[in-house]
Ligand binder design. Structure first.
Ligand code: 6PG
Length: 229
């Protein structure tokens, strides 16, 4: 029986409001972590939904030197490929703020899925628990590169993914277990395209996104378009 996970739904007017609320929550989590533990370990979502939030964060004041940045998944593409999640986050945010480069930890997916997963696992093990995990959700209910119908060893922290239905087919992803080892989990969903996934999620379908927990449950920031009654 999976652990009961409390999911708090926060319905906001539009995607811009989701980005603003998300940025606020990230900065609050960072301040609390740095005050309490001297540092902030955040794991970033890929895809397009978080980019407007990343752009807001690039303009925000923060104690950037105390941040450590990880990625929830990566596409097996060259490291400077425009479709890389690490490249998109760098352009929108990370290259624009003074986080020491040695504290930004892209997944070396250019090595290939198996080699990258093996290389990234020790970093994830050393980082757990994350202070904040940011995730998106796909139209089929996937999150990171955990796709419906794909089974992975429960114990692994970082997975090699092949035959992904969302291109590219080869990816690297943290497991649901690793993504759930977090003080806070923030999931962003915007746009009518996500409504079916949200509806299935709310009705209890065992989607990959529904398997993500967190010490304090999960907070979902969703706009009206994506929200299913
Ligand atoms: C990826 C992402 C993926 C993404 C969802 C939502 O590599 O594609 O990690 O899990 O979060 O597919 O994507 P959008 O935000 O672009 O809708």
């Amino acid at each position: 029986m999976p652990m009961k996970r409390s999911t708090r739904w926060h319905v906001l007017e539009d995607a811009a409001s989701v980005a603003e609320e998300g940025a606020l929550r990230v900065l609050m989590a960072a301040e609390a972590a740095i005050t309490e533990r001297g540092g902030f370990r955040i794991l970033l979502a890929g895809g397009s939904t978080p980019l407007s939030m990343y752009r807001l964060l690039s303009e925000a004041p923060a104690d950037w030197a105390r941040w450590q940045v990880y990625f929830g998944d990566e596409r097996c593409l060259p490291s400077d490929h425009d479709e890389r999640n690490s490249k998109a986050a760098a352009l929108a945010w990370l290259d624009l703020v003074p986080i020491p480069s040695e504290k930004v930890h892209p997944i070396p997916a250019e090595l290939g899925a198996e080699a990258a997963a093996a290389a990234y696992a020790p970093l994830v093990r050393a980082a757990l628990p994350f202070d904040l995990v940011i995730l998106g959700v796909g139209e089929d209910g996937h999150t990171a590169s955990l796709f419906p119908g794909q089974v992975h060893p429960e114990s692994d922290l970082v997975l090699a993914v092949h035959h992904a239905p969302k291109p590219p087919p080869d990816r690297v992803s943290l497991s649901a277990n690793a993504l759930s080892r977090a003080r806070e989990v923030l999931i962003l969903a915007t746009g009518a395209g996500k409504r079916d996934a949200v509806s299935s999620w709310k009705s209890g379908e065992p989607l990959p996104i529904a398997a993500i927990g967190g010490d304090r449950g999960v907070d979902v920031l969703i706009d009206r378009e994506a929200n299913a009654a």
